[in-house]
Every structure is written in C-alpha cells, then in structure tokens.
Design a protein around this ligand. Structure first.
Ligand SMILES: [Zn+2]
Length: 231
C-alpha cells in the first residue's frame, strides 16, 4: 500500500472525492478496483451509513451520497433519489424522469424492473417516473441479451435489492438530519444558557455565584467565600 493510499484510509469520503479531483494521476489511482478499500475505510467512518450496494462501485456510491451536485446540470442540490441512484434538482427531475407503462410498445417489461421516483412539480407529487437514461439502457441491454428470461429475472432481483437498500439509505438520511437538528438545538440552548447566566450572574453577589457554580459542599464554599468576600 502506498503512503498516499494509507493516508486516504483515515479521511472522510468527501475528502477522497476532492482528492480524486485534484489531478489526473490521483483520480486514476483512486478509481482503480484495487483502491476500493480506501473508499470503504472512509465510508465506515460515517456513522450508520448502509454498506455499498452491489449495483454501484465504492466511488459511485460516495459520489451519490456525498457530492452535493445535480447529476443533470451540476447545480447544488441535497435531493438524493436513492432508488434510481441519482441526485437531481427539481428542474432535472422533471426533465429526466418519465412515466412508463408496465410494458413498452415492443413488449419489454418496465414495471418492477426499473426503479421509480416521485416527479414533483412545485413541491406537489404528480407522478412516479423512471429515469430516461436507465430506461434506454434497459431496452438496449434487453435487446442484446441472449437469454431474455434470465435477463428479466436478474433485473427483478436487482430491483428488489435496490428497493431494500434505498429504504435503508432514506432512514439513515432522515436519522442523520434529525441528529443534526438536535445537535444544533443543543448548541443554541447552551449558548442561550451561557448568555442568560452571564446576564443574571452579573447582578448576583459572589456567594450566590459560587453556590451556582461550585456545588461542592458548604465547608468548601465557606472557605471560598471568605477568600472572595462580596463587594
Ligand atoms: Zn439539475
């Protein structure tokens, strides 16, 4: 293991993504299969994040979870569409998702094969749609497959596995967001309490301040009081 890869195993996934963008040689190194352990080590530092699914590589998974840009236009977005493994801003969600029938006009099965996501316009969910790119790839692969029945069986299995993994990720994401809100609220209260104490304590005499700050027993407080008489 090279020194640089050893170091990379101790940093966060976003740091590795940034590292992969710094230069071509780093990118090539980190995208090789033999570097998967680096991504894995970084991912395991993220509390509660589900394992990398079999339909994605470690770098693809890290990119989906941690890189906050729309896969369509590059705008900042927090919306992760876990089932279709994409991040789309509201505009790209409308442009890149489409509704489908259970079978297309050529008789190729679509439903329970292709993952669907909600298409929302101005916050209102109007339909469920599949990703157009994934649909075209599916049609292409179906036509090229020599054993179409086996192809459909494999795709159905993958569909179920992705749905299960997506639910785990959605739970992880909502738990993480909740924890973040709790941490912010705790910090805000600590700040408010500190401010309130400073305001209140400025009007208190030294004995009262000591009773609040040093609840260590009357003899010790008496000693401190005698050493710090009230003004
Ligand atoms: Zn976009």
């Amino acid at each position: 293991m090279s020194f640089s890869l050893y170091i990379a195993g101790y940093i966060q996934p976003m740091d590795i993504l940034n590292l992969a963008r710094t230069c071509k040689s780093f990118r090539q190194l980190l995208m090789t299969k033999s570097s998967a352990f680096v991504w894995k080590a970084a991912r395991r530092q993220v509390n509660g994040l589900p394992d990398c699914p079999t339909d994605l590589t470690e770098p693809q998974y890290a990119h989906l979870v941690f890189y906050p840009r729309c896969h369509g236009c590059g705008k900042y977005t927090t919306a992760i569409l876990w089932r279709i493994r994409r991040r789309y801003c509201p505009d790209c969600r409308i442009e890149r998702l489409c509704s489908v029938n259970p079978y297309n006009e050529e008789g190729i099965q679509m439903i329970s094969i292709l993952a669907t996501e909600k298409i929302a316009i101005e916050g209102e969910i109007v339909a469920f749609g599949v990703d157009k790119e994934q649909m075209e790839l599916h049609i292409h692969d179906h036509k090229r497959s020599s054993d179409k029945q086996q192809y459909i069986t494999d795709k159905k299995e993958q569909y179920v596995a992705i749905s299960v993994h997506a639910r785990q990720c959605e739970k992880w994401q909502s738990d993480t967001a909740l924890q973040h809100r709790i941490d912010l609220e705790m910090r805000r209260r600590e700040r408010d309490n500190s401010k309130a104490f400073l305001i209140v304590s400025s009007s208190l005499d030294m004995n009262t301040r000591l009773n609040i700050l040093v609840p260590m027993g009357s003899s010790y407080l008496a000693k401190l009081s005698s050493e710090n008489p009230s003004p």
